[in-house]
Design a protein around this ligand. Sequence first.
Ligand SMILES: [Zn+2]
Length: 144
Amino acid sequence: MAVFICPHCRERSVDLDGFEGFSSHAPQCRSCGFGFLFQLLEDYYPAPSTGFVVCDRDARVLAVGRGVFELTGFREADLIGRDVATALALSDTAGIELVREWGVRRLGERLAVRTRAGLEKPVVVDLFPAYDDDGGLMLALTAG
Ligand SMILES: [Zn+2]
């Protein structure tokens, strides 16, 4: 059973009917229309304030969801194409490296980011590897 989550609005969809996996096109969110969904091997329930950041295999930002601006002060345009750890001044990148290297999820990393205003802010980071051929990963950031 595959679980898909929308990086933008956090809507989860469980692929019970095979709908999401049926098309050869990248699935899009049925709730908000966002252009792609992130596949999870196991279910995940983000907090209402959690913000998602999707990155490519080089950990550069591809998409930024709701909640990230509230948490960090960065808008999507500030982050797209940048190395996520550098852009957010993540206090530790070991988790990102592990997820990229081993393709495993890591939950509950207690880290800090630097907001656009230059303030250190504690966050809980959950990290998910992408399972498509493109690689990459998704970060779920929640105020810690
Ligand atoms: Zn959505």
